[in-house]
Design a binder for this molecule. Sequence first.
Ligand SMILES: [Zn+2]
Length: 307
Amino acid sequence: MSDPTRLRPLKEAARITQMLDVVLGADRFDRMPVDVIGLALEYSRQIAPDSPIHEVVERNIPGCVGALVYGEALPRQWAILYHVGQSDGRRSFTVAHEFAHYVLHRQLIEEDRRFDGGLYCDENAVVRRVGSGIEKEADEFAAALLMPFHDFRRQLPAKARADFETLSRLSKRYGVSLTAAILRWLEYTETRAIMVVSNEGFAHWAKPSTAALRSGRYIRTRETLFELPAQAFAAKRDYSDAALTGVTQQAGVWFPEPLHEMCFRSERYDQEITVLQFEADGPRFQPEEDETDVFDRFVRSGQAPDL
Ligand SMILES: [Zn+2]
């Protein structure tokens, strides 16, 4: 890495992860997820006794999922807000994201006039994890803190395919939403897989694993509506046990190659999560490139998959 500051979110998260491993034991996730609210209150008092986070509270903040705010007094006194109506899992990631802004960006937020009174974060930044700059840093910190790779990889090896039973068990292990757990898995899996989030027969957004992206398998949803294939579970509104287990879809249904499709519906958020998994070896191009190069090339050519 040419720019060491890019690693700061991961370094800060690793520092706290190591501390929690020492204090609670390396097997801590067998017992419970990270208590991120307690951690935010306690850790902020340790690193900034004069300027800590005083409370983590639910508020109605329309258009946003979370915020890191400060009051008039100096030195600044902080609070984390999370928008009403979030599931426990989503709230956990939201609070971790705002805690990241506190650890990494509180000085910037306090000094920069753009952030008068605090920083407010929307769903794209927190749930879909497609923010840039400090939003991306906060997501990286939150994912690393709540779902450390050293534990996640042991639970679901990089070469293994996933099923909903495993993925939902992991979402409970880490106290996060199913979406957040799947996004984390897609970050390191060496298998070719894509998550598709849809509603009413259309994909709202989708995220491929690196291996899928490299083989040209991704779904474009930016500035376009992607209509699900008629045979897809979500298009058929089939949310039976068979959809959860999944089926093999023939070449031509989703892509010019067969794949395994499984689908889970969230009533709470009125959307479907479909996971597509391909056979191990698919079409490859320029395999010597690393993932950044491949992705940058998509971005430059205006064909960015909607990550
Ligand atoms: Zn944010």
